[in-house]
Design a protein around this ligand. Structure first.
Ligand code: MN
Length: 228
């Protein structure tokens, strides 16, 4: 039998409230899905098709950790998001059937090196170094969809050192979860293991060493991160 020449990466998993582990395969992220955040980033919100970027599952870190301030940035930002975990195959699935493919939901942080992202935007280069780096996807434990109910009136909030910075409702999304799954499933064969971070409300901002970030969505386990 062929041996691994180097240690193979350990499987990336998320604990599920009520038991079990959800194996993470891919992490898709939706850009500008709340109108007030699109405006604060200098864009007029519209119903143009959603767009995506991705993060490596190896860059996922569980909620509750203390992580170092990342290298290469002087403008490290928080983005509070609802994560959707897919639990069934979905390819070209209509929006009115898409919610049946959701396994569960979690609070997530899309941590961003905003200065690198802004420089990439200016030069029409990819966002990878701004968005996809060690510890850039912070995930709380998953809550099964049946326990959470349909996303809508739940509040989504984020505080830094106890001060509220982001505050909205899931119904404020430009593209609701069903529409995102329907659209993303025209581009990928989605399936169990795929996470979708559904975008952030207004109020993104910088964090500094020593800061403690806490994100809440009604009905889900909170996500926390401390910057070393
Ligand atoms: Mn985001």
């Amino acid at each position: 039998m062929t041996q691994f020449l180097f240690p193979a990466p350990a499987p990336v998993t998320l604990p599920v409230e009520g038991g079990g582990l959800y194996p993470v395969a891919r992490i898709f992220c939706v850009g500008r899905n709340y109108a007030d955040h699109a405006r604060e980033m200098g864009h007029e919100p519209d119903r143009e098709a959603p767009f995506y970027f991705t993060k490596s599952a190896l860059h996922l870190a569980p909620s509750g950790q203390t992580l170092p301030y990342p290298p290469g940035t002087a403008d490290f930002h928080h983005e509070m998001e609802l994560a959707v975990a897919i639990g069934a195959p979905a390819f070209r699935i209509p929006a009115n059937q898409a919610m049946a493919t959701v396994f569960g939901y979690a609070c997530a942080l899309d941590m961003t090196r905003r200065d690198l992202q802004a420089a990439a935007k200016d030069k029409r280069r990819p966002w990878d170094t701004g968005k996809d780096f060690e510890g850039s996807a912070i995930l709380a434990p998953l809550t099964p969809a049946a326990r959470f109910g349909p996303p809508g009136t739940q509040a989504i909030t984020l505080s830094v050192n106890g001060q509220t910075r982001q505050q909205a409702h899931l119904a404020d999304m430009i593209w609701p979860v069903a529409d995102i799954i329907a659209h993303l499933s025209t581009l990928y064969h989605l399936g169990p293991g795929d996470l979708i971070l559904t975008g952030t409300p207004a109020g993104v901002g910088a964090v500094l060493p020593g800061d403690r970030i806490e994100g809440h969505i009604d009905g889900l386990a909170p996500v926390t991160l401390t910057i070393a």
